[in-house]
Design a protein. Sequence first.
Length: 403
Amino acid sequence: MTDAYIYDAIRTPRGKGRKDGSLHEVTSARLSAFTLNRLKERNGLDGHAVEDVIWGNVTQVGEQGGCLARTAVLASDLDESIPGLSINRFCASGLEAVNLAANQVKAGAGQAYIAGGVEMMGRVPMGSDGAAIAVDPSIAMETYFVPQGISADIIATEYGISRDDCDLYAVESQKRAARAWEEERFSKSVIEVKDRNGLTILDRDEYMRPQTDMQSLGALKPAFKEMGEAMPGFDAVALMRYPHLERIEHIHHAGNSSGIVDGAAAVLIASKEWGEARGLKPRARIRANAKIGTDPTINLTGPVPVTQKILAETGMSFGDIDLFEVNEAFSAVVLRFLQAFDADHGKVNVNGGAIAMGHPLGATGAMILGTLLDEMERSDRETGLATLCVASGMGAATILERV
């Protein structure tokens, strides 16, 4: 088996996923092409330099449909001989793109890949592609389907996580993200998005609300209470699956949940020999990756069992990992991870996360992997683990080792 290494990891800033967001006028293909071009320029990727572009995007409809990966290659300056593969593992799509690329390199199916993803949530709304698990009654009833916000509230109820716990976590995420930007911790990876005239459209994450405090969050109403308690509502469905709970405590809202944003990210993965031939130095080795299925009703607990799985498969313990990135889909997701492993919050999401900066579905996995690598280098740590919860009840994880 050949080792797979990360040579570069970049991302765009996250733009508000609304019509007044700075990236709203940029299509998914164009933002993807722009990101691929920056990666090409930074690493001298001329000709058929990589075997494939594996690109995650979740809502694969309209301008994000039709194998967006190949469209992005053709819209970019990459050689047209490079193909493209679009994938969808919901929120983990960007990370799974990296994992697929790494596994291809390890197996000898090409020496180099570009992997990452995009999501323009302000242009292609989440859920606009439909989903059988949600819209087909026969499947929805069999799986006890509930929306993810309800699932987050189930986690909180099941594991004794309070509204104050979630709000405190959200405030800390905002503080950490603001500090990271102030200290230029993202400067190695974040690329300015420019228009065709070379004018900067966006150069920093614009969703952040560093002024957030417990008082402002306390004024927000639970976002999923009404849909849960309506008759018949999703709470009734959840309680059929979890009859030991008296009721679902609705504690999540816009302030302690991930933000709807636009963005893209790309990672260059290759063998050591490929890098040596081009005079490039690897930044980290992709030691392992894993995925798992979980209960589709509570839905968002995947980071815990997939972390247990990847540690068991590598013979590592939780204490062997220096830093963690756990996607902040909802506060309760990360709080449950901290609870399950009795983890030190000082090692988890040290630069904030999706609650503060937003969660561009198909890109987030690649984004948090890049954030993890940057922080490993900045703080001189050796090992890191990135993981995400995934819709329909799944989890994905990747372990990095600095070179």
